[in-house]
Structures are given as C-alpha cells and as structure tokens.
Write a protein that binds this ligand. Structure first.
Ligand code: UD1
Length: 371
C-alpha cells in the first residue's frame, strides 16, 4: 500500500477559513472512501487573525478541526507579520517534512508559507491562484504575484486567472481551473445561514436593508477617505437601514481619526459577525457595499446587487458575469441612487462555482504526486 500524502494546509486570516474548510472535509471524505489515509493532514493556523470574532467563530461554524499547530504570530506591520510567519513556519516544515503544503487566498500568511516552502524544496499548491487587481499598492496583490511565481500547482477560480498566469509565463501544466472554493463553503452552509436570526434581532426584513463592510487600507487608513465614506453610508441609512459590522482595522482608524458615526436613522453598527450571519445578510440585502474580495463573489452567487468601493478588482468575473459593479467615493452617491432606483442587474453564476472545487483540487494533487 502506498503511503499517504503528508499535506499541510495553512490558514491565517478570516477569509482563509472558508477556503480551508472544504479542503479539510473533502480530504477526510476521500480518506474514508479509500479506507486509508490518502491524505495525512496537518492544519497549521498561523494566528494572523487570532480573536474569537475574526477566527474562533469560523472554526466552530465551519466545523474545522482544531489546528494541529498554531504559530500564534498575531498582528504587526506587513514585514513583521510576514517575517514572523516565516520564522515560525520553517521549523514546522523541517520537522514535518510534508509532501505538499496547500496555501489559500492572498493574505500575508499565504505569501510567507509559500516562500518558506520554495526555499526548502517543498511543493506548494495555491488555491485561488491567478487573481490580479493590477494594483501593486495593495499588499494582497504583492502576495498573489509572489505566491503564484513560487507555487508548483496553481488552482484558479475562473479562466481569467489562467490568462493572467499564462501572461506571466507560468507553464500551462501547472495551472488548473477548478472553480471557486468559497462557493463550496457557501453551498454547504446555506441550511445554517438560512436559520440565522440576525435579521430578526435587528428588526430587518429581507430585501429591505443594505449590508456594508469596509476594511481595506486604501479606504480606511486615511482620515479624508474614511470620513467621506462614512458620510455616504450615513446618507444611505436615511433611505434604507444599513447593517455595518465593523472590522477591527476600521474600528481602530475611526477612533484614531475621532470619527463618530451616527447610530441613528437606521444605522446598525455592530461587531464583526460570523460566517452564517454574513451569508444571511449577503443573500437578503437589497444592496451590498463592500471592499472585500470574498463578498463580491458571494454576492455574485446570490445575485445580490453589489457595489465594490475600490479602484480595481482581482475578481473581474463578478463584474462581467456577476452582480458586482466597481465604484469610487466620488460616484458612490450616484451609484447608490441608480441601484436603489430601478431593477438592479442580477447577473449569472460563473462556471464551476458549483460546490465541487475541493474535490477537484485534491484529485489534481493526488494525480501530480503519482510516481
Ligand atoms: C487581512 C488581510 C486581507 C483580508 C483581511 C480580512 C493581509 C495583507 N491582509 O487584513 O487580505 O481581506 O485580513 O479580515 O494579509 N485584529 C484584531 N483581531 C484579529 C485580527 C486582527 O483585532 O483577530 C486587528 C489587529 O489589531 C490589526 C488589524 O485588526 O491591527 C488588522 O489586521 P491585519 O491582519 O493586519 O490585516 P487586515 O486588515 O485584517
């Protein structure tokens, strides 16, 4: 009997957890079906996000087993956080000697672990490869480019990802379009999100509120832009109740700039919410206003009208096929008017966003590991 593939799966920050959950589950399923450990799994949590609201709740809701190893790196500047993950992940790789390390998404942990593996000669599979915003002022864009240049297998969510990678000279054989892993989690968790009582608790009705999330440094780290955005959000709240779960970075910047958002007139400023509540809000919102990557995709799946407050998106398919539109502070008010004024574009669900991505990823990794 051949030995199982020793595989480390890395999770670091909030948007990673819904990408890791289907891989863990699918690997366990494949082991069960095979009657042996096809995948000998180790889950490593870098600890980039560490508190209950940004991390703990997602493990519980998504049924992710407790990490085998927690690196506990915590917050820090870009360099400090990346370096801390590298120095703590290297000894793990040396002692565990994995056949594969699977990294997901574009956070600092993704980049740091890929770099460690590349130098130790350990094969890396990147899930959610090939996305490009073409905006190198975003830390995530640097993480994407470097991770993709190092990974051995690159799993893209849509064909535009393949095109980006081919343009950058990545060998065709290393690129596999497998669909969107986030949608695996979304579909799996729909029964639970549909039982969320958040709308009741806030006194809201489906289709009659806006859902707002903001945390990108480009929006929240400068006083002028954050104040201007908050002004627009407060105006929106006079027309339609707004639910705005505040990311820790945004909360910190609001306090630092002395901006006190109005709590009146339909503004529901709340702490960060769990995954099921977030899916519930996205499915039922009349309008989503966000700068998140993942929410653009979830809105596309639910065909919920979405305005993305960024200059660029690394997920263009959510605009060309989905219900997403890019906006900027100057045009936000007009775009909101247009979205609320008439029948919004609902879009379509892209190919392979079907809940079966994790299976395709693991089959490819198995295939690539045959002698
Ligand atoms: C990170 C990711 C971003 C992702 C986002 C989702 C990078 C470069 N950025 O950005 O791609 O969209 O996560 O949340 O990897 N904090 C807490 N509790 C936590 C974690 C963080 O309070 O559990 C606070 C920290 O004090 C920190 C701030 O939130 O100052 C920001 O955290 P950080 O990991 O630096 O980046 P994010 O802005 O969350």
């Amino acid at each position: 009997m051949t030995a199982g593939l020793k595989t480390i799966i890395v999770a670091g920050a909030r948007p990673n957890f819904m990408k890791v959950a289907p891989l863990m589950k699918q690997a366990a399923e494949q082991n069960r079906k095979a009657g042996r450990e096809r995948f000998e799994l180790r889950l490593v949590h870098t600890g980039q996000h560490y508190d209950q609201q940004m991390s703990g709740i997602f493990f519980k809701e998504l049924g992710i087993p407790a990490p085998d190893i927690n690196l506990g790196v915590g917050s820090g500047s870009q360099a400090v956080q990346t370096a801390s993950v590298m120095t703590s992940f290297e000894p793990v790789c040396i002692s565990e000697k994995p056949d594969w390390v699977i990294v997901v998404g574009d956070v600092n942990s993704t980049l740091a672990c890929s770099l460690v593996c590349a130098k130790l000669g350990i094969r890396v599979a990147h899930v959610e490869a090939g996305l490009r915003s073409f905006d190198r002022s975003m830390p995530e864009e640097i993480n994407r480019i470097v991770t993709d240049s190092l990974a051995n297998l690159l799993f893209t969510p849509s064909e535009d990802g393949n095109e980006n990678l081919l343009r950058e000279g990545v060998a065709k054989e290393r690129i596999k379009c497998v669909g969107n892993i986030m949608i695996d989690s979304l579909i799996e968790n729909l029964p639970m999100s549909r039982r969320s009582n958040l709308l009741n608790r806030l006194g809201l009705k489906p289709g009659q509120f806006a859902f707002v999330t903001l945390h990108r440094p480009s929006n929240v780290d400068a006083k002028e832009s954050l104040a201007a955005i908050m002004h627009e959000v407060e105006r929106l709240a006079t027309r339609l109740p707004v639910v705005f779960p505040i990311h820790p970075r945004t909360r910190k910047m609001l306090a630092e700039f002395g901006i006190r958002p109005s709590q009146e007139k339909g503004m529901h400023l709340i702490d960060p919410i769990g995954y099921h509540d977030s899916l519930c809000l996205t499915e039922n919102a009349r309008l989503l206003l966000t700068d998140s990557g993942g929410l653009q995709e979830e809105a596309t799946y639910f065909r919920t009208p979405c305005l993305t407050l960024r200059r660029t998106t690394e997920r263009p398919i959510t605009v060309t096929m989905g219900s997403n539109r890019m906006t900027k502070i100057e045009s936000l008010s007009a775009d909101i008017n247009e979205f609320l004024g008439g029948p919004a574009r609902r879009g379509q669900i892209p190919p392979l966003w079907d809940g079966c991505t994790a299976g395709r990823v693991l089959n490819e990794i198995s295939g690539a590991s045959r002698p």
